[in-house]
Ligand binder design. Structure first.
Ligand SMILES: Cc1ncc(C[n+]2csc(CCOP(=O)(O)OP(=O)(O)O)c2C)c(N)n1
Length: 565
């Protein structure tokens, strides 16, 4: 008797069906020979939108920006060989910042793997160190399960990018689409609940501590724990600091928030780390940009480390109170058992930190002759009234944004913290605008960084995505210039960018609107116009060339030794 084959479809169609099951609303990608069957199916379907970027790296950053802004899984499709290698920077960027992505790459047909076929590359091998998990699909029968697992693995536990390398012949092969309802992975079971005994020990440690400090990292954003964290801070009166990746968790006007920590962190936050007696890490990973010289880091403190990823606990700094679990759950549990914590205990400690805040806060010497980048950033915050998602590239502008923009909520700031990828900002802003249509999506970039993915302006035009680009133009690879100023006796080796395109004409040639800005008045006028236009725009803002980012902890130094100006 013939077997009913109602569920039979090609591998390419299975990919579409899985996207439907996973409620994917947007896919970013770039076609090529190895993914032609998939693109043929994309043509036929009408339940998700496909955004054609102009470079595979940008497809990955756009999917990443979408994921960061929405909290959902970002999806990208790329072709084999150069399509895949172009995408590696985007995959690695997402991996370092724990961003959930499902990436489908085309591969040469199974029979040609290992033959140096046209556009063959070992995608699984190359991506091994920069994906949370990866698959080479060898049999059509495996594809439904692999698709289901990929979404699950990408978003669960410590999120990250998952790669599915799909040979072209498999995308054309017919098979049964039995999409699994449940996931059964014997070796992968993220711990969601923290150990009750450990949480009680942490509670006791908090009670015993005279100078406790919450050190909040990107995990707080990922686990959507911000309201619990704000409650915890309020209930205990314990001061808090954030890493770059956690900006917005506390809300910048919170009186118990003492700023961003690390190499370009606030004086008060770095002193708080150096003087606290209990450092409570909430989803932070003790990056070297925060710790500085390890032997001097939080020398007087016992360390509590809460993280969903067991391998990150005690990896860099030994934890006295290790707690594996989802941050939101652990904090809820902690809130349950804290009882009547004596809020007055931290009074003196807060006074000390307040005095540090007063002594050195983020500041700059404003000028009416030349635009200061910090002023521009403050103005953007003021004019958008926190109704914006800000993405950045990498360099001085990134640090000024982290210091001077008033972040009131998480997921308002998208930046490549771990890998530090120039070229991230514009494509990430595209993804962000799709995720949060009602908010302004503003990419604040440097004149060096913007050139790394400027072709994506045309993606914005073609897909009707009105991203605002503000270039803080100092005619330098500014951050490198800053290091050369202080640590290489002003030998400005290969950082001069005085030769640059006419950015206004450039964006106009793409079909957007541009403004050259030299004064405060021009800036306000241009930004207003850009915000009202609903068009792709670019503001070329000429800033003080020699402005530097302060405070600065010299690389490898102790974080209490800050260069303050
Ligand atoms: C892809 C990549 N290449 C090189 C670097 C090293 N790098 C870090 S900051 C920087 C300068 C950035 O200059 P610009 O974009 O003009 O920003 P600014 O520092 O002037 O604000 C460079 C080259 C990097 N982070 N990423």
């Amino acid at each position: 008797m013939p077997v009913a084959t109602t569920n039979k479809m090609t591998g390419a169609k299975m990919v579409m069906e899985a996207f439907k099951e996973e409620r994917v609303e947007v896919v970013f990608g770039y076609p090529g020979g190895a993914v032609l069957f998939i693109y043929d199916e994309i043509y036929k379907q009408n339940y998700f939108n496909h955004i054609l970027t102009r470079h595979e790296q940008a497809a990955l950053h756009a999917a990443d920006g979408y994921a960061r802004a929405s909290g959902k899984v970002g999806v990208a499709i790329i072709t084999s060989g150069p399509g895949f290698t172009n995408a590696v920077t985007g995959i690695a960027t997402a991996y370092t910042d724990s961003v959930p992505l499902v990436v489908i790459s085309g591969q040469v047909p199974i029979t040609q793997i290992g033959t140096d076929a046209f556009q063959e590359i070992d995608a699984v091998g190359i991506s091994r160190p920069c994906t949370k998990h990866n698959y080479l699909v060898k049999n059509i029968k495996e594809l439904p399960r692999i698709l289901k697992e990929a979404f699950y693995i990408a978003r669960s536990g410590r999120p990250g990018p998952v790669l599915i390398d799909l040979p072209k012949d498999i995308s054309a092969t017919l098979g049964e689409f039995d999409y699994p309802k449940d996931i059964r992975l014997v070796t992968y079971k993220p711990t969601m609940k923290g150990n009750a005994r450990q949480i009680t020990k942490l509670k006791d440690a908090i009670n015993d501590s005279k100078k406790p400090l919450f050190y909040i990292g990107g995990g707080a954003v990922i686990s959507n724990a911000y309201s619990e964290i704000r409650e915890l801070i309020k209930l205990t009166n314990i001061p808090a600091i954030e890493t770059l990746m956690a900006r917005g968790i506390c809300g910048d006007t919170n009186p118990l928030f003492f700023g961003m920590a690390g190499m370009h962190g606030s004086y008060a936050s770095n002193m708080a780390i150096s003087e606290c007696d209990l450092l409570i890490s909430l989803g932070a990973r003790f990056d070297d940009r925060i710790t500085g010289k390890l032997s001097e880091f939080a020398k007087n403190a016992k360390i509590a480390h809460i993280d969903i990823d067991p391998s990150s606990i005690s990896k860099i700094v030994n934890a006295n109170y290790p707690i594996v679990g989802d941050l939101k759950n652990v904090i809820k549990e902690l809130l349950n058992i804290l009882g009547d914590y004596d809020k007055t205990k931290t009074k003196k400690w807060l006074e000390t930190l307040e005095s540090y805040k007063k002594k050195h806060h983020f500041c700059y010497q404003d000028s009416d002759k030349i635009l200061k980048p910090q002023w521009v950033i403050e103005k953007i915050a003021q004019m958008t009234d926190a109704n914006a998602i800000i993405s950045t590239d990498v360099g001085q502008h990134q640090m000024w944004v982290a210091q001077f923009y008033k972040f009131m909520q998480p997921r308002e700031f998208l930046t490549s913290g771990g890998l530090g990828t120039m070229g991230f900002g514009l494509p990430a802003a595209i993804g962000a605008k799709i995720a949060q249509k009602k908010k302004y999506s503003i990419n604040i970039s440097g004149d060096g960084s913007i050139m790394m993915n400027i072709q994506e302006l045309i993606t914005c035009i073609q897909s009707g995505i009105p991203v605002i680009n503000v270039i803080l133009n100092n005619n330098y690879l500014g951050m490198v210039r800053q290091w050369q100023t202080f640590f290489y006796e002003k030998r400005y080796s290969n950082v001069d960018l005085t030769c640059q395109p006419n950015f206004v004409k450039l964006v106009e040639s793409f079909g957007g609107i541009g403004f050259e800005v030299k004064t405060k008045k021009e800036f306000e006028k241009a930004l207003k116009e850009a915000m009202n236009s609903n068009k792709v725009s670019l503001l070329d803002v000429k800033i003080d060339r020699m402005e530097s980012v302060f405070p600065m902890v010299p690389s490898g130094g102790a974080i209490y030794n800050m260069m303050l100006n």
